[in-house]
Design a protein around this ligand. Structure first.
Ligand SMILES: [Zn+2]
Ligand SMILES: [Zn+2]
Length: 148
């Protein structure tokens, strides 16, 4: 087969229909099923993400809402971001783990903390934001785009 016969469709399109991942809280009562590859994976070093996660940075992946299926009860907590947008975090009322959140500036996008997938093979972040607040010992993937 010559290369001229290859489909122009990118491998990403094929994966979009094939891959399905499940994010879960610690106790398993709140889950989010995500179809296809995330549209964006980022890490955020801001102090709000540090406090929310209890870790020293947040890592999150985003999908179009239409590719996400949520199951289980969630409690909401809303905060106003630095640029005025409203972020609403949803967490399990039993174990307290945040399993997804939304931003009112992007209502058709669902963000899921990468740790909720409990999958060390999850794609690395492409964006590293709020590096002004980064702990000095945290290293960022070499290919990531850096933002203060
Ligand atoms: Zn739970
Ligand atoms: Zn943040």
């Amino acid at each position: 087969m010559s290369s001229k016969t290859y489909s122009k469709r990118s491998p990403g399109c094929y994966k979009t229909r094939m891959i399905s991942r499940l994010a879960s809280c610690s106790c398993g009562k709140l889950t989010v099923r995500c179809q296809g590859e995330p549209v964006r994976v980022s890490m955020c070093h801001c102090l709000a993400c540090q406090q929310r996660t209890g870790s020293v940075f947040g890592a999150q992946a985003r999908w179009p809402k239409a590719q996400v299926t949520i199951a289980g009860a969630a409690t909401e907590w809303t905060r106003t971001g630095d640029e005025g947008g409203t972020l609403t975090h949803r967490f399990c009322p039993t174990c307290g783990a945040t399993v997804y959140y939304t931003c009112d500036d992007f209502p058709d996008v669902i963000a899921v903390p990468v740790g909720a997938f409990a999958d060390p093979t999850f794609p690395a972040p492409s964006f590293s934001v709020y590096e002004a607040r980064k702990h000095s010992w945290v290293s960022v993937p070499a290919a990531a785009e850096h933002m203060d």
